[in-house]
Design a protein around this ligand. Structure first.
Ligand SMILES: Cc1cc2nc3c(=O)[nH]c(=O)nc-3n(C[C@H](O)[C@H](O)[C@H](O)COP(=O)(O)O)c2cc1C
Length: 381
């Protein structure tokens, strides 16, 4: 019966996370500094994704009602269903933070595990690994028993290729009551380099008995999402940088998975419209000064598919007001004219080349260097 239910959900592209039924098996990955309310709203407006996750939030700061932590969980009815990602190692704090999130209507709680078995690698595995896993399982069980909403965990494959601990950890967490596992198919040693290991994700899928495993890492196109689903057997795909690069990726992927059809890329005007909407929301949520300052690192993501954009990027990274934004845009339109043909389209040699996933190099496609890694504590992501 359970197998039958799974097959039906898989067929219609839906996923069950504990008590939470999701209409899409595509997820927005947490990206600290980016996946805030404005970004989630623009992605949701385009469609194709159901559950989005906040940036990681310190459980203790949340319990202390720290204004920065509260800002990270700010949401709106249009931003549902929402998962909040917590980090922390004190079981009582993690439990209480989960209870607090449930009480304010959050749909799901995710635990940032990065590579949680650091000790294993230092002492060479064995009992230390089990000790650490036991502690982690206790922490998860405490949270699961305290709330009705799903508790999920996000991890990497392990420390390095010799220590691929994610399958064991996933199984232990399933037994502790975790409702799903999100796994970035790289080791901590890899950082963001090298190739996403699909076989490693498949091993996690095989290690659990019932719960969905959501694959993650370098999914930048609908075809890459399909390949990850097909080759790993994962129940869904979570997308981070691919969504910054192309916020339409969820809509396009959902369509591709359903029909095999690929949407044409949005044109320049459509991209500008989305960028403007994004900035408007940043200003609405964070105020003009702070919103514009935060937009300095977001603008260059929007411009990645504008074609030549040096002039735009040089100025957007100093943005300080809405009025300035409009001037930058007007000037950029003028600056861009020589790169256009008589129909107003980029001349072929200036068109951006297609991006591709590290695990799926297509002939003639550019490498992953096109999806940069913004600064941050990458070792825990
Ligand atoms: C700037 C940045 C911030 C990130 N922040 C988080 C985070 O807060 N929590 C987390 O679990 N992972 C975080 N990650 C990791 C992503 O969620 C994701 O696992 C990783 O980027 C691989 O997926 P992608 O290739 O689709 O981006 C972050 C990654 C980047 C590049």
């Amino acid at each position: 019966m359970r197998l039958f239910l799974w097959l039906v959900l898989w067929f219609i592209g839906a996923v069950q996370l504990g008590s939470l039924r999701l209409e899409s098996n595509l997820f927005l990955s947490p990206l600290a500094g980016y996946t805030n309310l404005p970004f989630r709203l623009i992605v949701r407006q385009i469609g194709g994704m159901d559950l989005a996750t906040t940036d990681l939030v310190n459980a203790r700061s949340l319990l202390e009602r720290n204004p920065k932590a509260l800002k990270l969980i700010e949401t709106r009815p249009a931003d549902q269903p929402l998962a909040v990602q917590l980090f922390g190692s004190v079981p009582e704090e993690m439990r209480d933070a989960a209870v607090c999130l449930q009480s304010i209507g959050v749909a799901s709680v995710d635990i940032n595990m990065g590579c949680p078995v650091r000790k294993v690698c230092r002492v060479g595995g064995g009992s230390a690994m089990m000790t650490e896993m036991d502690q982690t399982a206790r922490l998860v069980r405490g949270m699961v028993e305290a709330v009705k909403i799903p508790v999920t965990a996000k991890m990497r494959l392990g420390w390095d290729d010799e220590n691929l601990t994610a399958p064991d950890l996933a199984r232990v967490l399933e037994d502790a009551g975790a409702a799903a596992i999100f796994v970035h198919g790289r080791t901590r040693q890899q950082g963001f380099g090298g190739t996403v290991n699909l076989a490693g994700i498949a091993a996690v899928v095989q290690a659990v008995r019932r719960i969905p495993v959501i694959g993650n890492g370098d999914v930048t196109t609908p075809r890459a999402a399909k390949m990850m689903l097909d080759e790993t057997g994962c129940a869904g795909v979570s997308i981070g940088r691919g969504a910054l690069y192309h916020p339409w990726i969820f809509r396009d992927t959902a369509l591709f998975l359903r029909t095999g059809r690929l949407e044409p890329e949005p044109d320049f005007e459509e991209r500008l419209q989305l960028m403007r909407r994004h900035l408007d929301l940043m200003v609405e949520v964070f105020g003009e000064e702070h919103g514009c300052r935060m937009f300095r690192k977001i603008g260059p993501w929007h411009s990645k598919r504008f074609g030549p954009a040096n002039e735009f990027n040089k100025r957007i990274v100093k943005l300080s007001s809405m009025a300035e934004f409009h001037v930058i845009l007007d000037d950029y339109r003028q600056w861009r004219l020589p790169f256009l043909d008589e129909d107003g389209r980029l001349k072929p040699r200036y068109r951006p080349s297609p991006v591709t996933a590290s695990f799926m190099r297509e002939p003639g496609a550019a490498g992953r260097a096109e999806i940069p890694v913004p600064k941050g504590p990458v070792e825990v992501w």
